[in-house]
Design a protein around this ligand. Structure first.
Ligand code: PLP
Length: 402
């Protein structure tokens, strides 16, 4: 191929972990005139939205919806959970756990942060020690990401519930599912979660701009007097309001809602069990490819050594040197695939930053898309003379087939 020819013309693929690929059906659902927000179709569809959102999270809990991104959803969670000076225990296995801790601390919550680094799962023994040390039960909430998108580490939420129960610790269990909802198996009620937070632009296949909080009746009772709550963030009217505008504290996010209705229809058509299995299969293909590449170059490796601790919507990896940046740029400019940066693995000013990347396989993605990304990465590794083991695509194909 002559050096001036780019093979990027065609449909681009944004394989970063959010915003995720938007289905044409979702885009088309938004392409319509502004609806009446006082009567008619939109009001009826919103009435049917709440049970659909409960089903996605596996819960009978209350649901509050906000016009925000994930950071806004964190603030909504903080405002409802806490009063100034309340204590929280936050578990971090990457950038987003730290981010939630910072957002709580900034509004006056006393945060105990257990940071397990960027490549290791939560150490349950350390969590147990921290809860045991809290003899007078000052910790009001235990907060964690289900999957931390920066490291792709998945945390065992049910194990945290059992730990709280075994210790008789009353802390509310609050989980950030922004990267995992609609991708990884998640069962809010079966796992005894008191509050779940999510956002629209990842597994839910909807443009950035909607945040969700599911909260149990226990959480509602326990947080009735939270004084960080202001009228806009208060989850009560949003979840339990009797007038339409109260669900949004003002004008409804009309076109985001049309997008969300269609995305939920797609999720319902496929079924959560199938969605989880699809994500596991695609993730398995990506992991198999990295293992094969890494067999020929020790600098190439998945960030999370043990598959049991990996989320299935995003894979964090290192290529070493400057090669991750080189590969990302090649894939984008020469082949139309945008891979994710290595978020939080090194400071952007540190040369090591250029050794990390992430591959998203999140939401509206299927076998040809993930195999396409891997094929393009294989071509890029070859074009850039980055040493790598052979047989990655073969290994990925076999992994796909289970
Ligand atoms: C994406 C993400 C966030 C932040 O969401 P924004 O919409 O970028 O504010 C928080 N937590 C997790 C786990 C995420 O994946």
């Amino acid at each position: 191929m002559p050096p001036s020819v780019s093979l990027a013309h065609g449909r681009p693929y944004l394989a970063i972990p959010g915003p995720s690929v938007m289905p044409d059906r979702v885009l088309n659902a938004m392409h319509r005139a502004s609806p009446n927000i006082y009567a008619g179709d939109l009001i009826e569809q919103v009435a049917g939205l709440w049970p659909r959102l409960r089903a996605v999270a596996g819960t009978a809990a209350h649901v509050a919806l906000y016009i925000v991104n994930g950071h806004g959803a964190w603030e909504a969670a903080n405002a409802n959970l806490f009063s100034r000076g309340d204590r929280a225990l936050v578990l971090a296995v990457g950038r987003f756990g730290n981010g939630w801790a910072e957002s709580a601390r900034a509004v006056g919550v006393e945060v105990d942060l257990l940071d397990f680094g960027k490549s290791s799962p939560v150490d349950m023994a350390r969590v147990e020690a921290a809860l045991r040390a809290d003899k007078d039960h000052r910790i009001k909430a235990l907060m964690t990401c289900h999957v931390d998108t920066s490291s792709s580490i998945r945390t065992d939420i049910l194990a945290l519930r059992r730990l709280l129960d075994d210790l008789g610790h009353p802390a509310l269990l609050a989980v950030d599912c922004i990267a995992s909802l609609g991708c990884d198996e998640y069962r809010m009620d079966d796992w005894g979660v008191d509050m779940t937070v999510a956002a629209s632009q990842k597994g839910l296949m909807t443009p950035p701009g909607l945040g969700f909080i599911w909260f149990s009746e226990k959480a509602r009772e326990r947080c009735k007097t939270s004084d960080l709550r202001t009228p806009y963030w208060d989850w009560t009217p949003r979840a339990l309001g009797t007038e339409f505008w109260q669900h949004f504290c003002g004008t409804a996010p009309t076109h985001h809602l049309f997008a969300l209705f269609e995305a939920l229809t797609m999720i319902e058509e496929e079924g959560l069990d199938n969605i989880w299995a699809r994500h596991r299969a695609l993730a398995g293909a990506v992991w198999a490819a990295f293992d094969a590449w890494g067999a020929g170059n020790p600098a190439i490796a998945l960030n999370v050594a043990n598959p049991a601790h990996r989320g299935s919507a995003v894979t964090a990896a290192r290529i070493g040197g400057r090669d991750a940046t080189r590969l990302r740029e090649w894939c984008e400019h020469e082949a139309g695939v945008t891979l994710g940066i290595g978020l939080g693995m090194a400071a952007p000013t540190d040369p090591a930053w250029h050794g990390f990347l992430r591959v998203a396989h999140m939401g509206h993605v299927n076998a040809h898309m993930t195999m396409g990304v891997l094929g393009v990465m294989e071509a890029g590794l070859t074009a850039l003379d980055i040493p790598h083991g052979p047989g990655a695509l073969d290994a990925a194909a076999r992994a796909l087939l289970g």
